[in-house]
Structure formats: C-alpha cells, structure tokens
Design a binder for this molecule. Structure first.
Ligand code: NCD
Length: 339
C-alpha cells in the first residue's frame, strides 16, 4: 500500500481520513460515488435527515474563507444528524497566536469525532492526520494549492450521473491549473476511474511544469483543447495565490480562454460544463454559458452535499471499526498477560 493509502485507510481497507483521492483505488472511489448516489435521494425528501452520525461531534475548522464548501459541509453533517460546530477562525485563538496543534488538542479535549479542515497551507490536513489525532477522522476541505478531494469527487459524481462510465470520455480542464488544488485531485480521480483523455488547457504561465507526467495532454489553445470533448471543467483564476502578474489582463484572458457559447460549440453537442465556483462571469465564463442548458454548475452544489455526507459517514464508520479492533486487541493482550 502507498503511504497515502496507508494514512487514509484502516487496516481492513475502510476509509478513515479523506485527504486526497491520490493513492486510493478505483473500488474505493466508486464506493464513495455509490454511497453519495444513495444520499442524493435524502436531499429530495421532505425530512432531509438520516441518523448515521447521531451523537457524534463534527467540527468544521475553516482557516480560509469559503462559502459553498463550508455551508455544504455544515448541511451534510446536519443531515447525518451530527452535532456540528463551525469555528469562526478570525475570532478564535488562532488569531491570538495559538498554534494549529494547540487549537486541535483543545478541540479534541471537547471529544470531537471529526475535523473538516480548510487551510491556506498545502499539507495542513495531512499534518493533522499524521500528528495529532489517531482516533479522529480528518476530512480535507482544501489545503493551499495541494488538494481538494471532496470537490474533485463531487465533480466525478456530476460526470457519472450525467455521462455514465468514465472510460470513453474526453475531459478538458481549463484555466489556472498552476494554482488549483481542484485540478490536481480531478486528474487523480479521473485517471483512477478509467478516463484516458484528460486535456489541460491554459496559458504557459498557468500550466505546471512537466504536468504531462500525470498522464494528461497540455494545450495552450482552447480550439484544440476543447475540440469534441464530453466535459468542460472551467477553473477560476486564483489571483489570491498569484505572487506576481501571470496574465496581461482579465480582458485578454477572456478573449483567449473564456468559455463563450461560440467556443463551446466545438465540444460535443451534448457536452456538459462544470465549474467549482465561485465563478467570474466575463473572465473565465460567459453568462450565457454559465446559465445555459449545458451548465451543471448549480447541480454540482447539490451533489456536493450528498458527496460530503458519503465521505463523512464512511470515514466515521471506518474510525469506529478501527477503534473496536484496537480495543479487542488490547483486551486480548490484557487477557494473555493475566493468564
Ligand atoms: C475551489 C477552492 O476553494 O479551491 N472552490 C470551492 O471549493 N468551491 C475553487 C476556487 O476557489 O476557485
């Protein structure tokens, strides 16, 4: 098993933390999607609750701003009947200089069972999973430019529900690949799920060096990049992560890479358009496309709740099994010692 698989899975191969799809196999990713599919139904019921996390405490720790991800995690935990605490980091001890570890240990002392962590530092969620919390489940809600596994998997859920199997699909990911934690995890997930034509479309300044080694093709022109694809995933320009100017201007970017109705006509006629949000209308996508019939942007938000419910319930049950196994091992060891 790879290190990433070892960290994220119990000894019996159940999900225990969810930090990135990297290292997880196809069976596990499909299990996450199947579980999420079953939760989509819950969102359509009059009473939108299931008791899977009753009596459990989930703490959403958002060290970085978020609207969609934070609110859908909160709703997902509530629909699973958990007690949910969302920490406003700006008014918390973190802004008084308390270290990440101290903050977590204090929360752990309150008997939290799961932390959902968003942090501007790449690797923050991994660090927490490795260091401090052997009996707490950690869900990565986005770390720096590194990973954003629940976003990538809700995107996979959207694709699978609208396009079926991944094998025959051509998928274009367009925009600021360099600063995007979403793109990396999308590539890992798409590859593991069997997609073989993954095209990255971006100006040279926003394309990571040697990214082809991940098994993708790179395109600096929209025309070749989205020609005949089934899925177009647009990404936001992550200006908050750009240390200097990577582009001449927003207008120039839209002229070359903006998704207009006319450009979209080069993809397959039934192609779907996705975007993790927040969208910048007139910079990476035209309103006629964002609000048009091929757009899945609002469907993605709804699927996000179901996907997050799936991951939270799976990680919690993995944690419980792990604890039971460890408790059994400890009691049989004590039995041996008393013989
Ligand atoms: C993404 C993120 O935060 O990385 N958005 C999200 O989770 N809804 C992408 C982005 O900010 O552009």
């Amino acid at each position: 098993m790879s290190n990433l698989a070892e960290l994220q899975l119990t000894k019996r191969g159940e999900l225990r933390h969810f930090l990135t799809p990297e290292g997880l196999n196809r069976i596990m990713l499909e299990r996450i999607l199947d579980t999420a599919d079953s939760f989509v139904v819950v969102g359509n019921q009059e009473v939108k609750k299931v008791p899977l996390l009753r009596g459990r405490t989930v703490v959403n720790l958002f060290f970085e701003n978020s609207t969609r991800t934070r609110s859908t995690f909160e709703l997902a935990a509530q629909r699973l009947s958990a007690d949910v605490l969302t920490l406003d980091i700006k008014t918390s001890a973190a802004s008084k200089g308390e270290s990440l570890l101290d903050t977590l240990q204090n929360l752990r002392a309150m008997h939290s069972d799961m932390f959902v962590v968003r942090h501007s530092d790449s690797g923050a969620a991994h660090f927490i999973a490795e260091q401090v919390t052997p009996d707490v489940a950690i869900i990565n809600a986005g770390d720096g430019r590194h990973a954003h596994p629940t976003q990538a998997m809700l995107d996979m859920l959207t694709i699978r529900r609208h396009k079926g199997s991944f094998e025959p699909l051509s998928v274009a990911i367009v925009g600021d690949i360099l600063h995007s934690r979403v793109a990396r995890d999308q590539i890992h997930a798409l590859k593991t799920l069997g997609c073989t034509d993954i095209r990255l479309v971006a100006p040279h300044t926003l394309m990571p060096y040697a990214i082809e080694s991940m098994g993708v093709t790179t395109h600096s022109s929209m025309d070749s990049g989205i020609n005949n694809v089934d899925v177009v995933i647009m990404l936001r320009l992550q200006t908050e992560r750009m240390a200097s100017a990577f582009l001449p201007s927003a207008g120039e970017y839209f002229r070359l890479y903006g998704l207009t109705k006319e450009r979209l006509s080069q993809a397959k006629p039934n192609a779907i358009v996705m975007h993790p949000g927040p969208i910048n209308r007139g910079i990476e996508i035209e309103s006629a496309v964002a609000d048009g019939p091929q757009s899945m942007i609002l469907n993605q938000v709804g699927y996000g709740i179901a996907l997050r419910m799936a991951v939270m319930s799976m990680a919690m049950s993995g944690q419980m099994q792990q604890r039971q196994t460890e408790a059994k091992q400890a009691s049989s060891l004590t039995g041996e010692l008393h013989k």
